[in-house]
Write a protein that binds this ligand. Structure first.
Ligand SMILES: [Zn+2]
Ligand SMILES: [Zn+2]
Length: 266
């Protein structure tokens, strides 16, 4: 029986790109979903979140933010199900405390940046502490987190059911200093989402930008004994054709590029 289902709603890094050359892998920014019998758990609400089906009448919905760069939050108020009747939607992050999460999101979605204060309008959006959120979902899923190497900070999450482990490592600039800790965190995972914004040669000019390379994923996959690595956070201008070309250089069968609406049953 399927333990949990993983679904990608947004693969693009930094900014959405709506263009005919981006239809295969998708132009929407980061949003991932893990669904269980009773819960929908999202990691980030980039523009991919807009097209996610929210089962607000039948499932409890939780949103975990890796960090608050705009490509990880900008889709939040555009999912129409947010404006319908249903259960509360819980928002949280291990990156910072409950007050900071609310203040950061409320600032972005009100006043100078957005026409409507969504937290004043939608009472069912409930920002809660990371610890209290874990208690609510623990019957089906446990969540661990790790601090990542990214300007302004970001956290990776490990979502574990009884039998399966999914790790989302966005956004992260892989470094030798974090390797041991990261291997320990991801060891034997069934699925890891990897920040594959750059190629190795591009990365030479993008040190300190906070992202990893496609090639690093293959090496890491072997070291941490990962079953599948899904490459995501595609560079904003990386066309379908370019990703198809880069795919041909990947040797490991368990390492592949993620595309919008890719679904993996675990
Ligand atoms: Zn990002
Ligand atoms: Zn970021």
């Amino acid at each position: 029986m399927t333990d949990m289902k993983f679904l990608i709603h947004g693969t693009r890094g930094s900014a959405p790109n709506a263009n005919k050359n981006f239809l295969k892998y998708g132009g929407n920014t980061s949003c991932f979903e893990i669904s269980t019998k009773n819960q929908q758990i999202f990691c980030d609400t980039g523009t991919g979140f807009i097209s996610a089906d929210l089962f607000r009448k039948t499932k409890s919905i939780f949103i975990f933010f890796s960090h608050f760069h705009h490509d990880h939050i900008q889709g939040l108020p555009f999912n129409l199900a947010l404006f319908q009747e249903g259960k509360d939607i819980v928002l949280t992050s291990a990156l910072t405390n409950q007050t900071d999460v609310l203040e950061t999101l409320q600032k972005y979605f009100s006043g100078s940046y957005f026409p409507v204060d969504i937290f004043a309008t939608l009472n069912h959006l409930s920002v809660q502490s990371f610890a209290s959120t874990l208690k609510k979902i623990k019957d089906e899923i446990t969540v661990d987190f790790i601090h990542l190497n990214h300007p302004g900070g970001a956290v990776g999450y490990k979502f574990s059911s009884q039998k399966k482990k999914v790790v989302i490592l966005l956004d992260n600039e892989f470094s030798d200093q974090q390797e041991n800790e990261l291997i320990y965190f991801c060891k034997d995972a069934d699925l890891v989402v990897w920040d594959a914004m750059f190629t190795e040669s591009e990365l030479n000019h993008k040190k300190g930008w906070g992202h990893s390379s496609i090639e690093q994923a293959e090496k890491f996959s072997l070291k941490a004994n990962i079953n599948k690595i899904v490459l995501c956070h595609h560079a904003t201008d990386r066309s379908d054709h370019h990703i198809d070309c880069l795919s041909k250089n990947i040797r490991s069968p368990g390492v592949f590029f993620g595309y919008e609406k890719m679904s993996i049953s675990l």
